[in-house]
Design a binder for this molecule. Structure first.
Ligand code: UGA
Length: 454
């Protein structure tokens, strides 16, 4: 099939390459000239394991290319819209500027019967509004396109995790289609295919593996996405709330998580207490969901998400507090090493990153903060040029009095009291992801502080 993917960020670039891998002819479209040039040259604009390989492989087949020109979308049967919906600065709502612009730019090039499939995370109600926009503009476009069946809009949310984006796109745990034609309205043209039939053809290879597929209305599909992220955020904040109670009682939240996690109704995944969640999705999605629910007069229904957000932000403060305590009450002119800047390992994404936030706060308190990360130094530097960045772990800890592990990269998790002691004068470690063996570090003479651990 001929497909376009509008927006070539984490979601769109990976989706475009993955769709080419499924055998489709794909044009990725973005307004960012530099990014498009990079992608066409086979260079990944962000760090994502496995993506460079699939990008280069698919460019070489000739089935994948990138363009800044929406006219290149004109031939396609299906258009995926995968642009960002960041948080608005003025309030917590989702900024739909890019989604709206993508639909407006695309509409003149739609051919009869085309399907526009939203993948971006949007407030519930957006898809129905955009379907009306496309329908309203079609008579104008149809004059040039020679008439025919009006294009339709569907919503197909994405559940990929950064760090696993390629695998999650090619082997999703479920496919969700939000469609307007659950009941075919146009019985007079029974030959035309429904939106879900078209999506089934796009995802044929994935469906062959018995991947669960849910076909529903537009509003439900939009809500599936935000409620999934709200649930994950809630689960993390739940265990972080238990960490706060553990801190007041001398209990150990990691043992608690293991113990409750054995209950299969609860499950151990996403019960890792620590510095909390960050990234371009969970924080902004719970805020946008809260704002949307308030607009709908249902603010009370998700009022708990404000608490989820507050617990999450308190955990960063707790890391800062532990650093202060470790330096005798103030970090002013004390040397602190921060291991990790990305919001999670295997990513160079620092959007709303707890690690970067901790480094910035300690720096603001007058500490000599030296931060490092295997991939995210450049993205962090763009946002916070005032911080001191070290290219390696060894350089970051060389003068440290306290070492803080805030992003659990494999190389930081693999640290031992002996290996780290050989690189630094510090003998205090703050394990803000609870990934180190507390007993081993204490046994080797270190002061070990975890979150929610005695
Ligand atoms: C999240 C969702 O997991 C994806 O399903 C969704 O598609 C994506 O958002 C999105 O909306 O695009 P992602 O932001 O890549 O994916 O990262 P997660 O793996 O969910 O982690 C989010 C944050 O939670 C990270 O900062 C991580 O360190 C933190 N976390 C995760 C915890 O603090 N504790 C845990 O137990 C798990």
């Amino acid at each position: 099939m001929r497909l376009t993917v509008i927006g070539t960020g984490y979601l769109g670039a990976v989706h475009a390459a993955a769709m080419a891998k499924l055998g489709h002819e794909v044009v990725g479209i973005d307004v960012d000239t530099a990014k498009v040039a990079k992608l066409n040259a086979g260079e990944e604009p962000f760090h994502e394991p496995g993506f460079p390989e699939v990008l280069r492989e698919q460019l070489a087949t000739g089935r994948l290319r990138f363009s800044t020109d929406f006219a290149d979308a004109a031939d396609a049967d299906v258009h995926f819209v995968a642009v960002g919906t960041p948080q608005r600065k003025t309030d917590g709502r989702a900024d739909l500027t890019y989604v709206d612009a993508a639909f407006m730019a695309l509409t003149p090039y739609l051919k009869p019967g085309a399907l526009v499939v939203g993948k971006s995370t949007v407030p519930v109600g957006t898809a129905a509004r955009l379907a009306e926009v496309v329908a309203a503009r079609w008579p104008l476009v149809a004059t040039h396109a020679g008439g025919g069946e009006a294009p339709r809009v569907a919503w197909n949310p994405e559940f990929l995790r950064e760090g696993f984006a390629v695998k999650d796109t090619l082997e999703p745990d479920r496919l969700v289609y939000g469609v307007a034609d659950l009941e075919p309205a146009d019985a007079s043209s029974p030959s035309s295919r429904s939106a879900s039939e078209i999506l089934d053809e796009v995802y044929a290879q994935i469906l062959q593996r018995d991947t669960p597929r849910i076909v529903t209305d537009l509003a439900t599909a939009e809500l599936v996405k935000v409620s999934a992220n709200a649930f994950l955020a809630t689960k993390i904040s739940f265990i972080n709330a238990m960490a706060e109670i553990a801190e007041a009682t001398g209990a150990d939240v990691t043992t608690l998580a293991d113990a409750i996690g054995f209950d299969s109704r609860i499950g151990r995944k996403f019960l890792n207490a620590g510095a909390g969640f960050g990234g371009g999705c969970l924080p902004k999605d719970i805020r946008a969901f809260t704002a949307r629910a308030e607009e709908l007069g249902r603010g009370d229904s998700v009022a708990f998400l404000k608490e989820v957000d507050a617990i999450n932000l308190r955990r960063r403060e707790r890391v800062v507090q532990l650093a202060l305590e470790s330096c005798g009450g103030t970090v002013y002119q004390h040397h602190v090493a921060v291991l990790g800047l990305a919001f999670k390992p295997d990513s160079d994404d620092v959007r709303d990153s707890p690690a970067l936030d901790v480094a910035v706060r300690l720096n603001g308190l007058g500490g000599h903060v030296c931060a490092t990360d295997p991939q995210a130094i450049e993205t962090a530097r763009r946002l916070h040029p005032q911080l001191d960045y070290a290219p390696t772990l060894a350089a970051a800890v060389a003068e440290a009095e306290v070492v803080i592990l805030v992003t659990e990269w494999a190389e930081y998790k693999a640290l031992t009291p002996e290996s780290l002691a050989a690189l630094t004068p510090a003998r205090t470690i703050i394990d803000a992801r609870n990934v180190l063996d507390a007993a081993a570090w204490r046994g080797a003479g270190w002061t070990y502080r975890g979150l929610g651990r005695p």
